[in-house]
Ligand binder design. Structure first.
Ligand code: SF4
Length: 444
């Protein structure tokens, strides 16, 4: 407990406070409700929107250890039998979805395994799971199969199995190269495992390897961050994704802040984190990379796509399988039950395991795609005229004028382009484009 009786000093403007900063969807999750769950049935019974791509997201909620900054639903205590029960339930879920009119006959354009830690599964579990998934919805037309990995789980047999199931984009959750920082942030892996895993992954010749880093983990320093950049460039991955550390409410770090009566998270402030990403982007550009979003640098933009992100941000349908997963079906957002036992009970009773849903209006769909595409740093205005009949420059004239005056973006030649400073704080700019009734809500 905090025994200091003096009033707390108000946090500085740039301090990292508790809460979510990253905008991953619109309208905000806090507007999705149990009352709207009936909308999911209507959406799944409708015909697909002509041209809408289909994706499948499979959520693996198991990890070796819980990271101190993690706010996902993860389990660190499940045995092989529990895991098999869960995987079987996701196949039951997929089978029932595949029979619905919205999906009937469509093949996935992209598949994503996220978590949690998909690479926590054994080679055998992975092969069996994906054989069953492919028997229900064949992947032979998938342009991308993406797979998240924790480096310490990647023994040679595992990587071969991941390659064999058809993964094209392997994403390594490295986060930091320093063993002390990895340890105090609660990561299960160490730097030795990173280098071994990367070498093995390269030997397997995956079409694309992405490395995830986090700027501003607990005890990050100027010197260590520079070493992170150097080590990343030395590995020369096809893609580098850098997140700025946030401290959501249900993390271990927040619980400790609360117990100590602290308002400010014990990590670098936003100005510092943005500068660190700016320096990383500049160094990556000098090494031949191109910046393709507020978070990502790629070596060869023509070859290195991220289909899951780009299709999702252009309105694709997404079937989310598993506990707590998010879906988007013909304009209806929904999320599955967030605890494993109720999820299993619902699926095994032949029910949809729904927690909450939201039917978007055409205007909300337009805003959703616009703000998500802003995160790419460039938005083609013609796309919104063609798809939604909306002239973005007129619809958002006051917001664009204001952000332009601040030096954060420009609108020229039919394109909205964020400046580098705008791109580095893009998530904080998006709320201005929300409908009035969604602006007051905490993004959770
Ligand atoms: S590996 Fe990822 S999902 Fe698992 S606890 Fe750490 S941050 Fe959370």
């Amino acid at each position: 407990m905090n025994n200091d009786t003096s009033p707390p000093t108000p946090p500085a403007k740039s301090s990292t406070l508790a809460g979510n900063y990253f905008v991953s969807n619109y309208p905000p999750f806090s507007f999705w409700s149990e009352e709207q769950r009936f909308e999911v049935d209507l959406a799944l019974n409708s015909e697909p929107v002509p041209g809408a791509k289909l994706g499948v997201y499979h959520h693996i909620p198991f990890c070796r250890k819980r990271c101190h900054f993690c706010y996902f639903r993860v389990y660190t205590d499940k045995n092989a039998k529990d895991i098999q029960t869960y995987l079987d339930a996701t196949i039951t879920e997929l089978k029932s979805l595949a029979e619905r009119p919205l999906i009937n006959g469509r093949k996935p354009h992209f598949v994503y395994f996220g978590g949690g830690t998909p690479s926590y599964l054994s080679a055998k579990q992975l092969a069996e799971l994906t054989d069953k998934m492919k028997a229900v919805l064949p992947w032979d037309k998938a342009e991308e199969v993406a797979f998240e990995c924790e480096p310490g789980t990647l023994n040679p047999g595992k990587l071969t199995a991941i390659k064999d199931i058809g993964v094209t984009r392997l994403s390594l959750g490295i986060e930091n190269f320093d063993d002390h920082i990895l340890e105090i942030n609660g990561r299960a892996h160490r730097s030795g495992e990173v280098f071994t895993a990367y070498k093995r992954a390269r030997a397997e010749k995956f079409a694309q390897i992405n490395i995830d880093l986090i700027a501003g983990m607990l005890e990050e320093t100027e010197a260590n961050w520079q070493r992170n950049i150097e080590q990343t460039i030395a590995l020369r991955p096809d893609s580098v994704t850098i997140y700025q550390m946030e401290v959501p409410y249900n993390t271990t770090i927040y619980k400790e802040m609360k117990a100590e009566g602290k308002l400010v998270a014990p990590v670098a402030d936003w100005m510092t984190k943005r500068r660190w990403v700016k320096e990383a982007f500049a160094a990556l550009e000098s090494a031949g990379y191109s910046i393709v979003s507020g978070y990502t640098a790629v070596l060869d933009p023509k070859r290195t796509k991220f289909v899951y992100r780009d299709e999702l941000w252009s309105g694709a349908d997404l079937l989310g399988l598993g506990v707590a997963s998010f879906s988007h079906a013909a304009g209806v957002h929904y999320q599955n039950l967030t605890e494993i036992e109720p999820y299993l009970a619902a699926v095994n009773a032949g029910e949809m395991p729904l927690k909450r849903a939201f039917r978007t209006s055409p205007e909300e769909l337009m805003i959703r795609e616009f703000i998500l595409q802003m995160k790419l740093g460039r938005v083609q205005l013609g796309y919104f005229v063609e798809k939604f009949g909306v002239d973005i420059a007129r619809r958002f004239a006051s917001q664009l004028e204001h952000l332009s005056a601040e030096g954060l973006l420009q609108v020229t030649g039919g394109e909205l382009r964020l400046t580098r400073d705008g791109l580095l704080c893009v998530d904080t700019l998006l709320h201005e484009f929300f409908l009035q009734q969604h602006r007051t809500s905490q993004i959770v």
